[in-house]
Design a protein around this ligand. Sequence first.
Ligand code: HEM
Length: 414
Amino acid sequence: MTDPRTEQAPSGTTLIDQPVTRAPGRPLDPPAEFTQLREEQPVVRVRFPNGSSGWLVTRFDEGSQVFSDPRLSAKRPRHDTPEGEVSEAGEDSPFDVGFVFMDEPEHGAHRRLLAGRFTPKAVRTKLQPYLEKIVDEHLDAIEAGPETFDFVQAMALPIPCLVICELLGVPYKDRDGFHHATEAMMDMARSRAERDAGAHWLIDYITALVAEKRRTGDTEGILAELIAKADDEESILTDSQLIGLGVLLLFAGHDTTAAMMGLSTLTLLTHPEQREALLAEPAGTGAAVEELMRYLTIVQFGLGRVAKEDLELGGAQIKKGELVVVAMNAANRDPRVFENPDTLDLDRKMVRHMGFGYGVHACLGQNVARAELTTVLPRLFARFPGLRLATPLEEVPMDFTGTNYGVRKLMVTR
Ligand code: HEM
């Protein structure tokens, strides 16, 4: 490695610094240092931006092994547990994230409490009509507004917020509060105290909302369903897990999709020929969204796994208790799995990618995210065929420090 930052790392350890930036003029490509690691040291000992040590995996096959090997556990210490401050790439949590930190069979039992609301059928029948209505309303508002506007504020943020509010039964009027708290919690450049303050805001918010729903007997939405499940005597769901799940769904459900919607729009704006082809053949939208998920891979680091025993991975010797993190953005551009991986190909025939994670912990909300993206993107460009960037690409402010990669602002002209 020629990166000067590695020189400061303890011997044999590569230092992953924050922010992890992208090569100049190539904001849609993974950090060059990850690409280089993938080719030279696919499983490498690193120190993460928060100071903890572990292993970073940058190839697809080794990465998918991390997510499927039962010797690697999703149970990680939380920083408020007696285990102390140990955590991975900024992902430890002051709240109980329940099944995200569980292994089988406990993980599956808890995930099934929610799974029915996230099947393709449930999304198609219950969410899709609402989604189409709100997307069209936002397109109307854009048409009635100024010619140049910020796509993030006009669409990429409000649509996922509305959707998660509808799904969970959270009042949309509270969106500024929960979005700003999420932003603080997910920003790896902020201090531990600021990030925790964001998390505690969300915990207090969901705690109050749960109490309110219990008081009024409200039965609308996933939160109310979870309350009923937690209140059942036979329930496996504790109150702290109920609050944790509410927090998880609220932030995971809107922040990721907003980041993906903004970045996908920027990508289509900078690939006009592929955008035209997609508009001419809307039946290909589903495949196009999968390719965008692969190409952009907005989750900067997958959640870590901890070795339950000594094991070998891609030639490296991992010791019991060590943390392993997959750089999914580099893995999703692995030339061993994807032909011409750095080329966006909206027609790509693809069997699998890691944009929603992999294995049993793969994203629970992926069908919701797919529905949002496949509804917004074709409608946006069909309504405004001349949509273009209002600033040069180099001036689009990218979010390098968020847990999810994206655009902070996307000024466009219709
Ligand atoms: C484009 C948008 C999204 C992206 C890129 C994304 C990405 C991911 C990834 C990479 C994971 C796996 C983490 C791991 O294994 O370590 C994950 C898990 C999860 N996601 Fe998403 N997500 C998105 C949208 C959503 C939405 C809309 C929701 C909820 C409505 C959601 C809820 C969850 C939950 C609950 C998990 C934990 C699953 C488990 O541990 O079993 N996500 N997501």
